[in-house]
Write a protein that binds this ligand. Structure first.
Ligand SMILES: NC(=O)c1ccc[n+]([C@@H]2O[C@H](COP(=O)([O-])OP(=O)(O)OC[C@H]3O[C@@H](n4cnc5c(N)ncnc54)[C@H](O)[C@@H]3O)[C@@H](O)[C@H]2O)c1
Length: 318
């Protein structure tokens, strides 16, 4: 008999890539909950006949509670996830990200779900003194989005400790790949595709750990299959390599065979200098290792950006 998986936020960037991979395994029955606030039905076009898609708001317990019966695993990906937007809309971020998580944890507990996987983010670290950043580093988020994910991790641990619900949190670094929405990498690439100069916050020396969506999907599935050791824990999901935003622009230029120079501007609110994952714990305890290097991941992402309707990634969240 196939195992039931519930994916909240499955119509989004990471969720839709995860669902395609789970469907390939041919042993899961997948139910998706999404309210299409930032996601798209079209993202699920390739799998639409193989999943159950329910339009529902995870902030409403009434709307989602019945979906969890007989579920074995839950991926709670539904969230608002734009750092800059969260500074302007802290209340909306708090409501959406915290209420939805508590509902999903409650419904999972009530239905004896075996494991809940929760994607947190590298921005829970804020400006870290240690680079690469180990999971043991002090959490010091400097934006409402980061704060909701920090609280989210603590709620997961609370449900593990007090209700014995198995939860695993993944601190995902800078995700990119086909179906990504408006993030720094796709904003730069979209502008450069149109021969426009990208706008850089500050000197462009700030570095990021760009992790391709296929690797993130592998990390999520490793978390689903993890043993007892991972119960109630958080793991970094990154590559362990930093790339400055200046270097990123050079790499995009190489893929596009262009030589576009960025415009340097003021440092954006919530900007962090260096974010690079220490991935040794995820490697040791989950068997996770990122495989896709930035050059080949960029090519795949830019190929997708060239084909797709640009409206989607030009939505202004940041
Ligand atoms: N993309 C990244 O760089 C990144 C990095 C770290 C963590 N994450 C986390 O991974 C998860 C997925 O991110 P993504 O990049 O795919 O984002 P996304 O915006 O593409 O996907 C989120 C999905 O959740 C849905 N959603 C939001 N609120 C909902 C609600 N209340 N009820 C039902 N559906 C709702 C949206 O419609 C969308 O389909 C998020 O939790 C995000 O915080 C993303």
């Amino acid at each position: 008999m196939s195992e039931k998986i519930v994916v909240s936020g499955g119509a989004g960037f990471i969720g839709s890539n995860l669902i395609e991979k789970l469907i390939e395994e041919n042993k899961f029955e997948i139910t998706v909950i999404d309210n299409f606030s930032t996601g798209y039905k079209e993202n699920l076009e390739l799998v639409k006949d193989k999943i159950e898609l329910i339009k529902a708001d995870a902030c409403s317990y009434k709307e989602i509670k019945n979906v969890f019966s007989d579920a074995k695993y839950v991926f709670h990906l539904a969230a608002f996830s734009y750092v800059g937007e969260s500074i302007k809309k802290p209340l909306e971020y708090n409501r959406n990200n915290i209420d939805s998580l508590i509902n999903v944890l409650n419904a999972s507990k009530e239905n004896s779900v075996e494991k809940v996987i929760f994607p947190s983010t590298c921005v829970v670290y804020g400006e870290s003194k240690k680079i690469p950043i180990p999971e043991s580093e002090y959490l010091n988020p400097n934006t409402p989005y980061g704060l909701t994910k920090q609280a989210g991790e603590f709620y997961c641990k609370f449900f593990t400790e007090v209700h014995d619900l198995n939860t695993v949190c993944l601190r995902i670094f800078n995700a990119y790949g086909p179906r990504m929405q408006s993030r720094v990498l796709s904003i730069f690439a979209n502008l450069m595709l149109e021969d426009k100069q990208p706008y850089l916050s500050g000197d462009g020396k700030q570095s990021r750990d760009f992790v391709f969506v296929e690797d993130i999907v592998n990390g999520l599935i490793k978390a689903m299959n993890s043993g007892k050791k991972a119960k109630g824990k958080s793991y970094n999901i990154g590559t362990g390599k930093g790339t400055s935003l200046n270097e990123l622009i050079e790499k995009i230029n190489l893929v596009l065979d262009k030589n576009i120079k960025p415009i340097h501007g003021e440092v954006a609110a919530g900007e962090i200098d260096e974010i690079i994952a220490d991935v040794s714990l995820a490697e040791k305890e989950l068997g996770f290792k990122a495989e896709v290097d930035l050059n080949s991941g960029l090519k795949k992402t830019i190929d997708w950006l060239k084909k797709k309707d640009l409206k989607q990634s030009q939505k202004s969240y940041i």
